[in-house]
Design a protein around this ligand. Structure first.
Ligand code: NAP
Length: 280
């Protein structure tokens, strides 16, 4: 039974985990809404994930976010998964139910789509072909969400093509795979380009791609948020494209998790953006 006077605790479980900005986001909202609660970093070694997840309910936690490398193990332990989490094949959020059972959610896709709409409110997935680079965990959430939003053509390109083909099986009529060497040509006529790889992230080389074939009307989106402007986004801006970085996805995916744990739908304010940006 939930009690409005109860101190509510949530956090992010992973290893490493202290680089995560999620505590800044959730603790900002906890304070803003005068909630009795806290959100922390839970550094858990891989060997202890099972014990830690079983302990969520016993410790009275509201739930937690899950980050790599614990996502797969966590998913296997859920009593229930949302249909979306099943289709994406990963969870990033656990909500402990009043009876102690564990429900697994994936809010990354919601966060991604909302981040595009924050930049361009009239954004539509069916505006034209969408070229997606990468087929890792984040790409799964992005591609499944673009399909759910009504995308009519997704050109999926990954360095390891077999992984792209696995993801394309979600809807082979819409998602077509191409070789890594075809990534520049796959920009022709596209309405959007999305980088879901780690290329361009702090410490990584830039994504090797040439934007010449991309129509100037196309939006260019990068899931990376450190740095906020990747070399890809800088090149896109220089050509006059509308761009979207990964900070919006990070902030937006936190909204449904916070609402599920703390019972209030929070908002992304300029003050919150500034608080997160101050840590970069
Ligand atoms: P992941 O599962 O490890 O996937 C990594 C992807 O990058 C794969 O497609 C991989 O291709 C590709 N890649 C790695 N090295 C490459 C290289 N040298 N050349 C070309 N492609 C390369 O990682 P993830 O969880 O999907 O995360 C990917 C990115 O998304 C990261 O930068 C992460 O920070 C970002 N992200 C952002 C948010 C957000 O909230 N904004 C959320 C999740 C992730 P192969 O399959 O060939 O290895």
């Amino acid at each position: 039974m939930s009690d409005s006077n109860q101190f509510k605790l949530a956090g992010i479980m992973g290893m490493p985990v202290f680089q995560s900005r999620s505590p800044i986001i959730h603790n900002y909202w906890i304070k803003k809404h005068n909630i009795k609660g806290a959100y922390g970093h839970f550094p858990v070694q891989i060997d202890n994930v099972e014990t830690a997840i079983r302990g969520l309910s016993a410790l009275g936690l509201a739930g937690c976010n899950i980050t790599q490398p614990h996502k797969l193990m966590a998913m296997k332990m859920m009593d229930e998964l949302t249909p979306l989490a099943k289709r994406i094949g990963a969870i990033n959020c656990i909500v402990v139910q009043p009876d102690g059972s564990l429900h697994g959610f994936n809010n990354d896709g919601f966060g991604y789509i909302q981040s595009l709409k924050d930049v361009t409110p009239a954004w539509r997935a069916d505006a034209g072909p969408i070229t997606v680079i990468g087929a890792g965990g984040a790409a799964r959430a992005v591609v499944i969400s673009l399909l759910d939003q009504g995308a009519t053509e997704i050109r999926l390109i990954n360095r390891t093509r077999a992984k792209a083909e696995e993801l394309a099986a979600a809807d082979p009529t819409v998602v077509k795979t191409y070789d890594w060497s075809e990534r520049n040509a796959a920009l022709e006529g596209a309405a959007m380009l999305v980088n879901t790889t780690n290329q361009g992230m702090y410490g990584q080389p830039p994504l090797e791609i040439t934007l010449d074939a991309l129509p100037k009307t196309a939006m260019v989106s990068d899931l990376i948020y450190i740095p906020l402007e990747t070399p890809l986004l800088a090149a896109a801006k220089a050509r006059g494209h509308v761009t979207s970085n990964g900070l919006g996805m990070l902030l937006n995916q936190a909204i449904p998790a916070f609402e599920a744990w703390f019972g209030v739908k929070p908002e992304i304010t300029d003050e919150l953006r500034k608080a997160v940006l101050a840590t970069f």
